[in-house]
Design a protein around this ligand. Structure first.
Ligand SMILES: Cc1c2[nH]c(c1CCC(=O)O)Cc1[nH]c(c(CCC(=O)O)c1C)Cc1[nH]c(c(CCC(=O)O)c1C)Cc1[nH]c(c(C)c1CCC(=O)O)C2
Length: 344
């Protein structure tokens, strides 16, 4: 079968009107799929990402299963950290665990830089394989943002309140800004390499930055994010910024040179627009709906699509990642419904 490349989602990312609302799901590749769970019996996340053919297969699985409008490269926000000297492991059921957490300026100064071609060649090879040979939809590359990466590097693993991270930020500002500087450099170099290898859009996951208040965001984070996005803009691909529980930061995000803001479910699209958010919006079905009866899902999805249509562009997504309990059939049904219902 001859299929042609579908760039609808890239138009939406750029703020242009599209014939229908394009959709992809965060964590669309993962434990909700039995094919993935089978593979995970044999290989760890890093073992999969180090094998381009296998990693490309995992990345393609949700595109083929759900008919989504974009693929997101299968890897983790932790993937580039070993290159700069962080000893990270991803433990199943826990998440990223780091044995040598950062506690001082001295630890920060020991961190190195990333050379994507020699440090993560498999990431670039997977991107080439997918974009030059295999995919008929755009590939989204990504990176974690400095605050979110630093939270794992300082806490040593997942955290509920980020107290160690914030205490480090408040009491060791010199070390904090040195760390932000290193992570910004890493992010810029790593993302540019992904784009050069073929990634057609980039999402920056600042998943946990909502832990900060607005004033601290402006002091400790915003200048770094400005620098990252300004540099990435040179590469001319759409830039998406996403975080969880960060609604109070949305006006700050709207100031940044990004194309798309990814909303979790706490703020509706209508409420975001009422706050004068001008960027394209992505989101924002609470993944919990996907454990409910279809009638309930449908009503909520219609509301999100209708609100999204009040502006030229909207990209449908969940407010956070697909969880392991979600039935893949539901995601397929959801994608089909979004495509049909949103037709202009
Ligand atoms: C904070 C964060 C991480 N990783 C990521 C984020 C930002 C998104 C978010 O806000 O959730 C991003 C990520 N992680 C993974 C992807 C793959 C691409 C996709 O979205 O399909 C993406 C985009 C694979 C993964 N990364 C991880 C899994 C699950 C475990 C596994 O299959 O090994 C997957 C598919 C592990 C991981 N890695 C991380 C966590 C919190 C976990 C979950 C722990 C758990 O639930 O077991 C760190």
């Amino acid at each position: 079968m001859m299929t042609i490349f579908n760039d609808t989602i890239l138009k939406a990312f750029r703020g242009e009107e599209t014939d229908y609302t394009p959709v992809w799901y965060m964590r669309q590749a993962g434990r909700s799929q039995k094919e993935y769970r089978e593979l995970k019996k044999k290989y760890s996340l890093f073992e999969i990402t180090h094998q381009p053919e296998l990693c490309a297969y995992v990345t393609r699985l949700p595109v083929e299963m759900y008919d989504v409008d974009a693929a997101i490269l299968y890897k983790d926000i932790m993937s580039p950290l070993p290159a700069i000297g962080v000893d990270v492991d991803i433990k199943s059921g826990i998440g990223p665990v780091i044995d040598n957490p950062i506690t001082s300026l001295k630890d920060v100064m020991k961190l190195g830089t990333i050379d994507p071609v020699s440090d993560v060649p498999y990431v670039l090879d997977t991107i080439s394989l997918l974009t030059k040979e295999q995919l008929q939809v755009p590939l989204i590359g990504f990176s974690g943002a400095p605050f979110t990466l630093a939270s794992y590097m300082i806490e040593g693993g997942p955290s509920k309140n980020y107290h160690k991270t914030k205490a480090f930020m408040y009491s060791e500002p010199k070390a904090w800004f040195a760390l932000m500087d290193k992570l910004a450099e890493m992010t810029i170099t790593y993302v540019k390499a992904q784009v050069e290898a073929g990634a057609q859009a980039i999402q920056i996951f600042d998943s946990w930055v909502g832990a900060l208040n607005v004033t601290d965001y402006r002091t400790y984070i915003k200048p770094i994010m400005e620098r990252i996005f300004r540099s990435l803009r040179e590469n001319n691909v759409p830039l998406i910024l996403f975080g969880v529980g960060a609604s109070h930061l949305i006006k700050e995000w709207n100031d940044l040179p990004v194309d798309v803001i990814g909303l979790d479910w706490r703020l509706s699209i209508k409420e975001a627009r009422a706050l004068d958010v001008t960027k394209a919006l992505q989101g924002n079905l609470d993944p919990a709906f996907l454990l409910s009866d279809w009638e309930i899902v449908e009503e909520k999805v219609k509301q999100i699509i209708d609100e999204g249509k009040q502006h030229p562009s909207h990209i449908f997504n969940l407010g956070h990642g697909v969880t392991p309990e979600i039935n893949p059939e539901r995601l397929k049904q959801l994608t089909t419904f979004i495509h049909e219902y949103s037709k202009r």
